[in-house]
Design a protein around this ligand. Structure first.
Ligand code: 6PG
Length: 234
C-alpha cells in the first residue's frame, strides 16, 4: 500500500491525473473503472483542461458504481463524467461502457457483471481491470457498498444492487471480488469529513472492519491512497 498525501484537492487532482495519463499513454486497451463523487469531478476537470490531446483511444472506461437513474439525471455518475470529461476529449463511443442506470437494477447488475466477463481479460477466473478508481464516503463506504450492507462486498457476483442508507436510492456496484482482482486500485479521498475513517482504516483498529473501504486489499498488492492533508490528518 502506498499513501500519497498532498496539500489540497487541487494537488490531488493534478498528481492523480499524471498517474493516470502515464498509464494510458503507455498501454493499448487500458481498462479503468471510474467512481462518482466530488474528487473525481475535479480530476476530470483537470484532465480535460490539461490532457485533452493524449491518446484517449487507448482507454476503455467502465464504472465501479452507478446510481439507478437515467443518464441525463443530475445524480448519474455517467452524466457527471460526460459533462466534465467525455464531452471534452476525443474518445470512441465504443470505449465507454456505462451502467444502464435507467434499466431494472437487478437485471442491469447481471448484465454489467456479464459484460465485464466478455470484455475484460480474466485472472483468477475473475474479470480484471487495469485500474479501479474508488472514493470513500464519510461513513466508510466505497463504490456503493455501504456499512449497513457490508456483506455485499463478499458476494459471489461481479455486480450487485445496493441501497443508499439515507435516500433509499438503488445503485449498481462492483463487489470485492472484482475490485480486489484489479491490477491496481487507487482511492481518491479528500476533505476533513474523511479523516476519522481514514485514520481508523490505516491503523486497522477495531472499528475499521465495519467500513467497506477497509476491505479494499487487491491481490496484486498495488493499492494507492491519494489524499489531501485534511483527509489524512496529522
Ligand atoms: C458514488 C461513489 C462513492 C463516492 C464517495 C466519495 O457514486 O457515490 O462512487 O463511493 O466515491 O461517496 O465521494 P466524494 O468524493 O464526494 O467524497
Amino acid at each position: 500500500m502506498e499513501i500519497r498525501a498532498y496539500k489540497d484537492k487541487q494537488e490531488v487532482a493534478r498528481e492523480f491525473s499524471e498517474f493516470l495519463v502515464e498509464r494510458i499513454a503507455s498501454h493499448k486497451n487500458y481498462n479503468v473503472a471510474l467512481s462518482g463523487g466530488s474528487t473525481p469531478k475535479i480530476v476530470f476537470d483537470y484532465l480535460a483542461q490539461h490532457y485533452a490531446d493524449i491518446p484517449w483511444g487507448n482507454v476503455h472506461f467502465y464504472w465501479g458504481d452507478e446510481r439507478c437513474v437515467s443518464p441525463t439525471d443530475a445524480d448519474s455518475n455517467y452524466k457527471m463524467t460526460l459533462d466534465h470529461l467525455l464531452s471534452k476529449i476525443s474518445i470512441p463511443k465504443e470505449n465507454i461502457h456505462r451502467v444502464l442506470g435507467e434499466n431494472d437494477p437487478e437485471g442491469e447488475a447481471k448484465r454489467y457483471g456479464q459484460l465485464l466477463v466478455e470484455k475484460l481479460k480474466t485472472a483468477n477466473g475473475i474479470p480484471q481491470f487495469d485500474l479501479v478508481i474508488l472514493g470513500m464516503g464519510s461513513d466508510g463506504h466505497t463504490a456503493s457498498i455501504f456499512p449497513h450492507e457490508i456483506e455485499l462486498w463478499d458476494s459471489e457476483k461481479n455486480c450487485v444492487v445496493a441501497i443508499h442508507p439515507d435516500s433509499g436510492q438503488r445503485r449498481v456496484s462492483l463487489t470485492g471480488r472484482v475490485i480486489n482482482n484489479a491490477k491496481e486500485v487507487a482511492f481518491l479521498v479528500t476533505g476533513a469529513d474523511k479523516k476519522e475513517k481514514v485514520t481508523s482504516i490505516l491503523a486497522k483498529d477495531g472499528a475499521s472492519k465495519n467500513y467497506p473501504a477497509s476491505l479494499v486489499d487487491p491481490k496484486s498488492g498495488k493499492l494507492y491512497w491519494f489524499m489531501d492533508e485534511a483527509a489524512k490528518g496529522a
